[in-house]
Design a protein around this ligand. Sequence first.
Ligand SMILES: Cc1cc2nc3c(=O)[nH]c(=O)nc-3n(C[C@H](O)[C@H](O)[C@H](O)COP(=O)(O)OP(=O)(O)OC[C@H]3O[C@@H](n4cnc5c(N)ncnc54)[C@H](O)[C@@H]3O)c2cc1C
Length: 439
Amino acid sequence: MSDVIRKDPRKNWILRNRLHPLHEQVVAEMNGPAAVVRGPSGLIRKNPHAVGFIGPNGIKRIDRLGGSGSAAASAKREQQEEQLPIIAIEQPQSYVVVVVDAANGELSAHDRDVLGQARLLADGRAENTAVVALVFGALKAALGEAANPDHAFGLAGADRVMLFDDECYAGFAPEQQLEAMLAVDRQLSPVNWLFPDTHLSGNDRALRLAARLGERPAMHAWQIKDGKVTSRGGSEMTDITRDLAAATAPRILALASECALPVDEARYEARLLPLPSVPNAMVRIKDAGAVAVDPNQIAMGEAEFILSAGNGIHDWDQFHATAAALGATEGASRVAVDNGFMPRFRQVGATGTWVTARVYIAVGISGAVQHLQGIGSCEKVIAINTDAGCDMVKRADLSVIGDSQEILAALKARAEQGAVAVSEPQQGKADGESNHNVA
Ligand SMILES: Cc1cc2nc3c(=O)[nH]c(=O)nc-3n(C[C@H](O)[C@H](O)[C@H](O)COP(=O)(O)OP(=O)(O)OC[C@H]3O[C@@H](n4cnc5c(N)ncnc54)[C@H](O)[C@@H]3O)c2cc1C
């Protein structure tokens, strides 16, 4: 057998395909020694020569995102989460209740911050105190995180979960939800009620509960420190600080996002609690469903679904038409803005807007570090690019390798087909019934 080193096309293909189940294994095989090893003395040592990996074209690459986008890496993360020790509180003597928004059936980043704050309050008490996550409406089947729906709540810091998922609690149902909160208040007498301070959910619920109980809540609270809660008041001009140990301390708190760090490196039990019996409310408000809004009127920082354009877009009319068909908010790379194809306020990145979309589709964007900084908090990133080795493809959870024009044409056609298929059965609905954006 000759000594000539030959390329293995299959291995090369697996190397290029970060989503292939054998990708990590082949990368390890091709790269030799591990970057982090335990030395003979037992100390962990870094091998600087082993950092990075050799890409399919023979060039050494460093994965700055730690391979966080790959399927193997997310499986590893899930495995690590499974291995976290479960902290259980058997006989709670008191409770801190968090009414999570769980909009779209999933915990939001704001929900996690508030659960993190609840954890601090509960753990700071002398008696055994459990954090209860109270949820209205159905949850996504797997909460997008693991097969067990309690899993996400456990990782977010909840000892107990109360799931009011009957139809009557779904959507905007403030009267029935208030009855449920009053029933929980009678059953658990929580030391604190915490809400994410969001307009139509947490803020509204906190005010209704406080009004019915005749208590003075702390709204727009952004910090709890040294036994004091600080709220923003006076038209956002002044801070109001109240002592949490005082007899008149607020029990009901509506908290701003980033009020505390979300729980990390611990897993709680998230045991489902039986629900109290809840009297039927006299319902005067009916939720008529979501109303379609122009996605381009949504502020970039708040947009949940962004179709973003870069230098790889060659037909701008097609890009705008596709964004409209998908119902996506438009974003852009700096090059697209500098070249005059998109307005400056659409720029995503370090010197543009930092976005937090649930889905971010980057079309013809290479993934420069300044752009990646702006999408660090996006939940799912999809790359459409001709270059399978570009940094955006490495960052993405899903990549489509090909010409942007062809893929956008297919995407637009599929979106229009989908919209027709979904909207047809709705024809003939009575006025006042739900009007969901089907795009
Ligand atoms: C101080 C500073 C601040 C910056 N701030 C920002 C910022 O906030 N935001 C930002 O975005 N940039 C910022 N930049 C610029 C950044 O460094 C990059 O230059 C820029 O992001 C590149 O934009 P791009 O990916 O659209 O273009 P390119 O780098 O030109 O990439 C184009 C991509 O399109 C792909 N492509 C080409 N043709 C096609 C096709 N037909 N179909 C599909 N794909 C195709 C290519 O493979 C390539 O990956 C900043 C730079 C500096 C120095």
